[in-house]
Ligand binder design. Structure first.
Ligand code: GMT
Length: 370
């Protein structure tokens, strides 16, 4: 099949899913064409001989216009790619703006189909904003097929937008060959002393991620056992998290590593992943940790219970309850047997429930529907 892909290209779960899926499909012989203002965050280094191909959106700035019309520019470039390469379908990751652009390009060309994947923020935050409710509903209703990354998100979409169209639930997946435990002590020694527990959090540091809860939980853990925290990613709450770490006296043991695409080089040496988000449609970073045998302590929010089984692959706690999060973390880190069991279960769940060989064909099935 010839497939166009629209996604957010900066660091973030939806762009990662789009990229990893595009790469998997290219390896399976499909012709993949990414269209965007820049190359997706994780794409470089992952591609193969057969692509994916990347088409940069041509912008246009003119003094009369207050805005450069990025969605129209995307629609225009996508239209050209559809016409030039005869795309069978466009997979839009996010209802707005991507499904809207794809539907517009479909209308202009009179060909191709639009498959839209809802990732979360488009429905729970952005899409539900009155400013976007009509455009988001239109994009959902007029896509040829719609998928959501969790049952929670599919239900939420129906409720928020009052749509009753079919929505296929297709969970996120993880490449369990790339995301593995790293046993080389020299790699771990770069970040922690042998006796220290290594906790990690990865996100875009938006308010919904509750990164202050990560720091507070870590401070409680570090007051009981030797420990270090890796904060991976960047975003609006980073400075506040930094200040809090300083205030709580753990700044010397908290390392803000910024944003980088190959997180598997670090995840595989960590002991515990913290995910305190107040809303999370799936939690891809937690799944990537699980594949590396890292147990997860997460807030019971959104679709997270579809990923993390309480007491089996980690622990779930109420949103905002940092004491309970710290207790769960300490329970795991103090009990070697429990830690090993949860880590083993986590990797097994990643392979048995979220392997690309299980998930990618579900997308192909949707693509093959008329
Ligand atoms: O907030 C983020 O984590 C980024 C966001 C995105 O749109 O890139 O991630 C969303 O999509 C991911 C991939 O499907 C999901 O795993 C994340 O749970 C989801 N984020 C939220 O729902 C907050």
């Amino acid at each position: 099949m010839k497939i166009g892909v629209l996604c957010h290209t900066s660091a973030g779960g939806s762009g990662v899913v789009a990229t990893e899926l595009g790469v998997m499909l290219a390896r399976r012989g499909h012709e993949m064409h990414f269209v965007g203002s820049s190359q997706p965050f994780r794409l470089s280094g992952l591609g193969c001989m057969n692509g994916p191909y990347f088409h940069q959106v041509s912008g246009f700035a003119y003094a009369l216009f207050e805005q450069p019309f990025p969605e129209l520019a995307t629609t225009n470039t996508l239209t050209e790619v559809i016409l030039e390469h005869g795309l069978d379908l466009v997979h839009a990751h996010y209802a707005i703006p991507h499904a809207s652009s794809a539907i517009h390009a479909r209308n202009i060309t009179g060909r191709t189909r639009v498959v839209t994947t809802l990732h979360g923020t488009d429905v729970t935050l952005v899409g539900a904003e009155p400013a976007f409710r009509h455009t988001t509903r239109h994009a959902i209703e007029h896509s040829d097929h719609v998928t959501a990354v969790s049952q929670f998100l599919a239900d939420e979409t129906r409720e928020v937008f009052g749509v009753d169209r079919p929505i296929d639930v297709i969970h996120n997946f993880v490449d369990a060959e790339r995301f593995v435990r790293i046993t080389d002590p020299a790699v771990r020694a770069r970040f922690a002393h042998p006796e220290e527990a290594l906790l990690v959090h990865i996100s875009n540091f938006r308010p919904v991620k509750r990164v202050q809860d990560v720091v507070q939980t870590f401070a409680r853990v570090a007051s009981e056992i030797p420990a270090r925290l890796l904060m991976i990613g960047d975003g609006p709450e980073r400075a506040r998290a930094f200040d809090l770490a300083q205030q709580l006296g753990v700044i010397g043991r908290t390392h803000f590593l910024g944003s980088f695409p190959d997180v598997q080089t670090v995840l595989g040496i960590c002991d515990l992943f913290l995910l305190p988000s107040s809303n999370e449609s799936f939690g891809l970073a937690a799944l990537e940790a699980m594949a590396c045998e890292v147990p997860v302590v997460a807030a019971r929010a959104g679709g997270v219970p579809e990923v993390i089984e309480d007491g089996v692959t980690g622990f779930l706690t109420p949103v905002g309850d940092v004491d309970m999060m710290a207790d769960a973390a300490l329970r795991i880190l103090r009990d070697r047997e429990l830690y090993t069991q949860l880590g083993t279960n986590a990797r097994r769940a990643a392979i048995e429930r979220f392997h690309p060989d299980l998930i990618v064909p579900q997308y192909v099935d949707v693509y093959n529907r008329g």
